[in-house]
Design a protein around this ligand. Structure first.
Ligand SMILES: [Zn+2]
Length: 272
């Protein structure tokens, strides 16, 4: 069966939005890069159910993060109390090291590391300080990551948010959004997006004259209006009613409401 990607959703591992196989509900294969790009590879959330239908994998990661937080917090405390020490420390000496590059070699100097017990007291203190800092950093990262996983599991799985339809993400609008048509003018009105689909649109392309392109449109309804107008034949005020009309408006000409799903996802860095 041909894989058709009509929907996208959150990976349970990296939380980023990826294509979903509509037949299996599984997240498409995707890469994974940790900040700074020092770890690259396939995200192990690939081929798993998306966060829209399962939070099992996310919950396992939440537990692992809590374990990391506890372990590294404990390590930092033990280092501060002196019940454990770093393995090595500087002894104040440096040694010349010859580094090879494609253009030749150059000299650099490296700190000489010795077993902790053999290092002078001031370098032992430095080593402890650096080790405490490193452990506290990892603990904090684990805490932050755990918080983010808990937040998104609640926001997507617990709130039963269905997988995103491609057209909703592309248009920046989704069905149910309330938009203001016609701005703050008297003729302006609030409308609910009833449907979104690609429809033909007449445009003037650069040097190519009129063209028809297919772009997302939103179906909206202009509510019925009544207005009092003067009938100059009878010189009496009359009530004129304009019935409600439903029509398709190009999404590109609709001002997006603040805080659409795409805005939120972009802000969180979960979508390109
Ligand atoms: Zn992932």
């Amino acid at each position: 069966m041909k894989t058709i990607h009509t929907h996208r959703g959150h990976c349970q591992k990296c939380l980023r939005v990826h294509a979903i196989d509509v037949h299996t509900g599984l997240v498409a294969k995707h890469g994974y890069t940790v900040d700074g790009g020092y770890f690259n590879g396939e995200c192990y959330g690939s081929g798993e159910l998306s966060l829209h239908v399962s939070r099992e994998l996310t919950d396992r990661i939440i537990v692992l993060c809590a374990e990391d937080d506890a372990a590294y917090t404990k390590r930092a405390e033990a280092l501060k109390a002196g019940t454990i020490t770093p393995e090595t420390a500087r002894n104040g000496e440096t040694r010349k090291v010859v580094k090879q590059t494609r253009r030749g070699s150059y000299n650099t100097y490296e700190d000489v590391m010795v077993p902790f017990a053999e290092a002078p007291a001031n370098y032992q203190r430095d080593a402890v300080r650096i080790a405490v800092h490193a452990a506290e950093n990892i603990a904090r990262q684990a805490r932050d990551h755990r918080k983010m996983m808990i937040e998104w599991a609640a926001k997507i799985y617990d709130a039963k948010v269905p997988a995103y339809r491609n057209e909703d993400l592309e248009s920046g609008l989704k069905v149910g959004d309330v938009v203001r048509i016609g701005g703050k003018t008297k003729k302006g009105f609030d409308a609910t997006v009833e449907a979104i689909e690609d429809r033909d649109y007449q445009t003037f392309g650069y040097r190519r004259g009129r063209q028809t392109i297919s772009i997302p449109h939103a179906r909206i309804t202009r509510p019925a209006t009544t207005a009092k107008v003067m009938n100059y034949d009878t010189m009496k005020m009359e009530v004129k009613t304009t019935p409600a009309t439903t029509y398709w408006e190009a999404v590109r000409s609709i001002k997006k409401p603040e805080g659409t799903m795409v805005d939120i996802l972009k802000k969180a860095g979960l979508i390109d």
